[in-house]
Design a binder for this molecule. Structure first.
Ligand code: ADP
Ligand code: MG
Length: 620
C-alpha cells in the first residue's frame, strides 16, 4: 500500500532492487495474470500457451482447474463450480439466479458449495483459482512474487471486496491493492498519460464480461484524472446472453423444462454459438439431439433486452456525471462479450462513435493491473505512472490540533487542490504548515508527513493575510505542498515522496479508526473549534484593552475582567456547554466595550471632518 513519507526536497528516490509484482483479473468467466517485462505489461500464458484461465474448478477426481475442469460442467455440474464471482460476499438469501449447486449454510450467511471434496466457500474456490495463477506466474517469471493487484468491479461492495481480499490472502498473495476494473482498463490504454492535452477529455469504459456489466466515466482535465461516475449491474453479462439464447432455443424446440445436465449442455452450446457469431454471419447451435441455426440478426433480436438494459445504465451514468453524449471523447470496450458484433453495434449507435478496442478486451484489465502493481511495489521509473487513488486523506493542521482535509481518500490522482488559510494573530509573520494523512479529525490521531514554515508574511490584522496552500499529488505519487502569501508573494514548499513500506495492518487500522471514531471525533472537533473561537475572543479583547482600557469605568472593567477569568478557567475543562456559556457572558461585556470604542472613534473622526466633506464623500 502506498503511503506518503518525507524526503528531502529535490532528493531522487533511493536505488532499490527490482521487485516482482503481478496484476490479476479475477473474472467471473476467465481469470488472467500479467506482469511488467522490460517496461511492457505482458499477460502470462500457462505451459500450454493459454492465457485465459477459465474460472472453473472441478472438486472431484481428478481435482481440475480451468480448461481441464470444463468437461465436468456437463458431466458433473454439482461439483464443477463456474462463475463463483457471482457468489462472492453474498449470503444465501442474496442468491436468486439459477444454478445447479447444492448450497449449505444459513440464509444470512456466506453459503458453501457441497462437493465431493467437502464444503467449499466462494472465498476458498476463488483462492484455488488465484493459486493456479500464482503458480503460473512463478513458473513463468522464475522469481518469487512480492505482491499482487487484484481487480474488482467498481460497484463491488465492502463484503464483496473483503471476500476477494480474503481469497487472495488464502492463496498466499500479498495484496498491494484491490483495483477497480475500469481504472485498470484506463491505465492499460495510457489514458492517464495524456497530460499534454489542453482541453478536458471524458472517456466511457464499457465493460461487458461474463457475469457483470460495469460502465464508468473518467475525465482528464489539465493532466488530472478523475472518476466522474460509475454504474453497472452485478447480473448482466455474457452468461445472460447465453441464457437468452437457451430460452429462445427452448421456445423454438417447444421444450418446457430441462434437467440440470441438459441445461448445462444447452448453455455450453449457446455460448459456443455466440462466440462463433463474432466471426461468422450464421452458425449452428449444437444441442443434444437437436440442430438449430442462429444468424446475427436473430441473435441481435434475442439479446436486445440485455443490450437495452446496458444502454439504459449508460444513460444513467452519463446523467450522473452531468454530461451530454457529445462530451464523450472515446468509449473503451472491455470484457469478452464486447467481441460480439451486436454489442459493438449497440454501443456505436448509442454513443454515435466507433468504440476503442485495440487492446484485447479480455486482457486489458489484467494489463492495467500489472502496470499498477509494478508501480505499487516500488519500481517507479522516471516516466510518470498513475497511482489510481490516494489511499488515505491528506490535509493539514489548523488551530486547535484539527485536521483540514484538502484531498480525501480515494481521490483519483494526479490531483491538485488549493485552499486559502489566514493568520490567527495580529502581526503574525510566520505560519507553520503541518501536513498529515489519515481519516481522523484530530492531528494526533493521524500520521504526520512533514512540516515547514512560511516566513515573511507582512504584519497584518489577524484574518487579513491570504495564504494559499496547494496540495499536488503527481502522477508518480509525489506530494508537493506549497504555501504562498498572496499580497507579498512569499512562498515556501515541501516535497513528500511515496513509500511502500506501510503494512496493510497499519493502513487498515488508520481506516478503521476513521470509521470507528467518527462520532467521537465530531465531538472532539466541536470542542476544539469552540476553544479556538474562545481563544480568539480573548485575544481580541486583550488587544482592545491595551488600546482603549481608559474608556471604561472601573465597574465596567471589573465585570469584563471577571467574565474573562471565568472563560479562561472554563477553557481548562472539556465542557463545551460551559465554555459556550462563558463566551456568551464575555461577549455581553466585550460587545458593550466595542460599542464604546466605536462611538469614541466616530466622535474622533467627525471632529476632524467638515460636515460638507462628510456628505460629499457619502453621496459619491
Ligand atoms: P469476466 O471478466 O466476467 O470473466 P470476460 O471478460 O472473460 O468475463 O468475458 C467472458 C464472456 O465473454 C463470456 O460470456 C464469453 O462467452 C464471452 N466471449 C468470449 N469470447 C467471445 C467472442 N469471441 N464473442 C462473443 N463473446 C465472447
Ligand atoms: Mg472481466
Amino acid at each position: 500500500m502506498a503511503l506518503l513519507q518525507i524526503a528531502e526536497p529535490g532528493q531522487s528516490s533511493a536505488p532499490h532492487e527490482h521487485r516482482i509484482a503481478i496484476g490479476i483479473d479475477l473474472g467471473t468467466t476467465h481469470s488472467l495474470v500479467a506482469t511488467m517485462r522490460s517496461g511492457q505489461a505482458k499477460v502470462l500464458p500457462d505451459e500450454q500457451g493459454r492465457v485465459l484461465l477459465p474460472s472453473i474448478v472441478y472438486y472431484g477426481a481428478p481435482l481440475s482447474y480451468g480448461e481441464e475442469a470444463k468437461p465436468f460442467i456437463t458431466q458433473d455440474p454439482k461439483n464443477t463450480i463456474v462463475s463463483v464471482k457471482r457468489f462472492m460476499g453474498r449470503s444465501q438469501a442474496d442468491i436468486k439466479f439459477q444454478h445447479p449447486y447444492e448450497l449449505v449454510g444459513e440464509a444470512n450467511e456466506m453459503p458453501a458449495f457441497q462437493t465431493h471434496a467437502g464444503a467449499k466457500t466462494p472465498v476458498e474456490i476463488s483462492a484455488d483459482i488465484l493459486k493456479q495463477l500464482k503458480i503460473r506466474a512463478e513458473k513463468s517469471i522464475e522469481q518469487p512474487i512480492n505482491g499482487a493487484v487484484i481487480t474488482v468491479p467498481a460497484y463491488f461492495d465492502e463484503a464483496q471486496r473483503q471476500a476477494t481480499r480474503d481469497a487472495a490472502q488464502l492463496a498466499g498473495l500479498n495484496v498491494l491493492r484491490l483495483l477497480n476494473e475500469p481504472t485498470a482498463a484506463a491505465v492499460a490504454y495510457g489514458l492517464d498519460q495524456e497530460s499534454t492535452l489542453t482541453t478536458d477529455r471524458n472517456y466511457v469504459i464499457y465493460d461487458l464480461g461474463g457475469g457483470t456489466f460495469d460502465v464508468s466515466i473518467l475525465r482528464f482535465s489539465k493532466g488530472v484524472f478523475e472518476v466522474l461516475a460509475t454504474g453497472g449491474h452485478t447480473a448482466l453479462g455474457g452468461d445472460d446472453l447465453d441464457r437468452l439464447i437457451v430460452k429462445w432455443a427452448k421456445q423454438q424446440l417447444n421444450i418446457d423444462t430441462l434437467s440440470d445436465i441438459e441445461y448445462a449442455h444447452f448453455m455450453v452450446a449457446a455460448r459456443r454459438a455466440k462466440e462463433q457469431l463474432s466471426d461468422a454471419a450464421s452458425v449452428e447451435l449444437e444441442l443434444p439431439n437437436h440442430q438449430l441455426a442462429l444468424d446475427r440478426p436473430t441473435f441481435e433480436r434475442i439479446i436486445q433486452v440485455a443490450l437495452d438494459h446496458s444502454i439504459s445504465v449508460c444513460k444513467r451514468v452519463i446523467r450522473d456525471a452531468k454530461l451530454e453524449l457529445t462530451d464523450i471523447h472515446n468509449v473503451v470496450l472491455v470484457g469478452g462479450s464486447t467481441r460480439s458484433y451486436a454489442v459493438q453495434q449497440a454501443v456505436a449507435r448509442f454513443f454515435e462513435q466507433t468504440p476503442l478496442c485495440s487492446i484485447n478486451p479480455d486482457e486489458v484489465v489484467a494489463i492495467g493491473a500489472a502496470i499498477t502493481a509494478d508501480q505499487l511495489i516500488g519500481n517507479i521509473k522516471d516516466g510518470s505512472l498513475l497511482l489510481d487513488v490516494t489511499p488515505l486523506s491528506l490535509g493539514l493542521e489548523t488551530m486547535g490540533g484539527l485536521v483540514e482535509r484538502l484531498i480525501s481518500r480515494n481521490t483519483a490522482i494526479p490531483v491538485a487542490r488549493r485552499q486559502e488559510f489566514t493568520t490567527y494573530q495580529d502581526g503574525q509573520t510566520a505560519m507553520l504548515i503541518h501536513v498529515v494523512q489519515g481519516e481522523r479529525d484530530l492531528v494526533e490521531h493521524c500520521r504526520s508527513l512533514g512540516r515547514f514554515v512560511l516566513h515573511g508574511i507582512p504584519p497584518m490584522t489577524a484574518g487579513q493575510a491570504r495564504i494559499e496552500v496547494t496540495f499536488q499529488v503527481d502522477a508518480d505519487g509525489l506530494l508537493a505542498v506549497s504555501a504562498k502569501e498572496t499580497t507579498s508573494g512569499v512562498e515556501a514548499r515541501i516535497d513528500i515522496k511515496p513509500s511502500y513500506g506501510l503494512a496493510d495492518q497499519d493502513m487498515q487500522r488508520l481506516l478503521l479508526e476513521g470509521f470507528e471514531y467518527a462520532a467521537q471525533d465530531k465531538e472532539l472537533r466541536h470542542l476544539q473549534e469552540t476553544k479556538v473561537e474562545a481563544q480568539r475572543e480573548l485575544e481580541a479583547l486583550e488587544q482592545a484593552l491595551k488600546a482603549d482600557q481608559h474608556l471604561l469605568e472601573a465597574s465596567q472593567l471589573d465585570a469584563l475582567e471577571n467574565a474573562r477569568t471565568a472563560l479562561q478557567a472554563q477553557l481548562e475543562t472539556q465542557d463545551i456547554k460551559a465554555i459556550e456559556q462563558a463566551v456568551e457572558q464575555l461577549k455581553i461585556y466585550s460587545d458593550a466595550f466595542a460599542a464604546i470604542r466605536m462611538n469614541r472613534h466616530i466622535d474622533h473622526a467627525l471632529k476632524g471632518t467638515k460636515l460638507d466633506d462628510w456628505s460629499n464623500s457619502t453621496s459619491e
